[in-house]
Design a protein around this ligand. Structure first.
Ligand SMILES: N[C@@H](CCC(=O)N[C@@H](CS)C(=O)NCC(=O)O)C(=O)O
Length: 210
């Protein structure tokens, strides 16, 4: 199997980190988003959505969503468990993972894609048609990012990790979201003490450097 990805890209980092937690390695190929390699016919023949990460299995099956790729690896290598052990834990981890992804990662991406010069006219990831950057969407993305910081801090005031008392995929998505937010110069403030405590703990994991 082969994983198409880009070292710098937040979604690709989620998958790399997940693999590193499990001590797994797979063949990878870097796809340069800045130069638009993901929108060239060669890559669109692999993934018509023009997105990374994309996992292609030996039988040609294409899996092109980060969490679905992680789910596949979890089935292959169940330990350490990152997606939940029983019905309740699986549902809660999925719930927090999705909250962080939709409320946090997507909000940072909205502000980033609509403001970064390298994506001028490419404000929608994977879209080959020109998509102009829109200032109101930057404003919206920033507002939602701040709301996300408040929500995450409140959550981490209630539990050690995002989905409960242990490290899971929800922490990977949240941590990657916070480091991605630095690209738009947004960081949690002094009032977000729970985030800072958790961030320090999670940064100490060797796989966080994957
Ligand atoms: N929902 C997808 C999102 C994937 C995504 O947006 N990837 C970005 C890189 S982080 C991308 O491929 N961007 C393409 C582009 O910049 O045109 C996932 O979770 O895998």
């Amino acid at each position: 199997m082969k994983l198409y990805e880009l070292e710098k890209a937040p979604n690709a980092r989620r998958v790399r980190w997940f693999l590193a937690e499990k001590g797994m390695t797979v063949e990878t190929q870097q796809i340069d988003l800045a130069s638009g390699e993901n929108l060239k016919p060669e890559y669109l023949a692999i993934n018509p959505r023009g997105l990374i990460p994309t996992l292609v299995l030996d039988d040609g099956t294409v899996i092109d969503e980060s969490v679905s790729i992680c789910r596949y690896f979890e089935e292959l290598h169940p330990e350490p468990n990152l997606l939940g052990q029983d019905a309740k834990e699986k549902a809660l981890i999925d719930c927090w993972q999705r909250r962080v992804e939709f409320d946090g990662l997507a909000s940072v991406a909205l502000a980033f894609r609509n403001s970064t010069p390298v994506f001028a006219n490419r404000s929608v990831a994977g879209c080959p048609e020109p998509t102009e950057q829109l200032a109101p969407l930057v404003e919206r993305g920033l507002m939602l990012t701040h709301r996300f910081f408040d929500m995450l801090d409140k959550r981490l005031g209630e539990s050690d990790y995002v989905a409960g008392d242990r490290f899971t995929i929800a922490d990977i998505t949240a941590f990657v979201t916070l480091t991605f937010a630095r690209w738009i110069k947004e960081t949690p403030g002094e009032q977000h003490a729970h985030i800072h405590r958790w961030f320090e703990t999670v940064s100490a994991r060797p796989a966080s450097r994957a």
